[in-house]
Ligand binder design. Sequence first.
Ligand code: SAH
Length: 230
Amino acid sequence: MKGLQRMMKGIEMEVNLTRHLIGKDVLDDRVMAAIKQVPRHEFLPADFRFLAYDNGPAPIGSGQTISQPYIVALMSDLLDTKPTDTILEIGTGSGYQTAILSKLVKQVYSLEIIEELSTQATRRLKKLGYDNVTVRNGDGSFGWPEHAPYDGIIVTAAAAYIPQPLIDQLKVGARLVIPVGLPYSYQELMVVEKKADGKVEARNILGVSFVPLVSGCDVEAKNLGEQHDQ
Ligand code: SAH
C-alpha cells in the first residue's frame, strides 16, 4: 500500500476504534479530502521523512512534534469549519495542521512561540502555495486580538487551563478545540462552545498527549538558561 493510502487507512481505523468516544464512525468528508491533499513529508525534517505517512507524531526540531494524523483529522472535524471561516490556530509547529485548515476555510491566522519554527513554517507554507495563512511568532495564550472575533480557534499544545482571551476572541456559537491537562501527562481534548450570554459549554472528547502550551516567560527563561550553559 502506498504511504498516503496507508496513513488514510490508519486514520479511518482509529476513528472506528474510538467511535464511542467521539460519537461518530467517520469524519467529515471535507476534512478527509483536505488530509489527502496535503503532502505531510514536506512538513518533516529530512531525517524523519520516513515517518511522514505513519499514523503517529514525529519530531520537528526545537523539542516539538508534528501531531498524529488521526488527531489532526479529529481536531479539524471537531472545529466544524465552513469555507467562509476565519480561524485562529495556536501552535503552528511544522505548519501541517495550518495547511489542512488552509484547505478548509477562507483565512487562517497561526501563532507559534518558537521563532525558528514560525520562520520555517512561514517559508514552507509560502513555498507550497498555502497563501490564505498568516503565521506570526508570539505567545498564543493571549490570542491575536487584531483579527478577532474568530469562527473557530484550535490549540495544538496542552494548556493547564482554558486561556480567557481565547474565549473572548471567539464569535458567539463558535468553537474552541483545545487539549487541557498536565504537561507531559494526561490531557483531555475539549470542545468549548461560546454561548450567547458569553458563557461556555464544554465537552471532553478523549485523552490525548500534546507538548505543553508554554508562556513567553518560559521561553525567555529557557533562552537565558541556554546562554549560561555555553
Ligand atoms: N500543529 C503542529 C503541532 C506542533 S506542537 C503541527 O502539526 O506541526 C505544538 C506547538 O505549539 C509547538 O511548536 C510549540 O512551540 C507551540 N507552542 C507552545 N506554547 C505556545 C504558545 N504559548 N503560543 C504559541 N505556540 C506555542
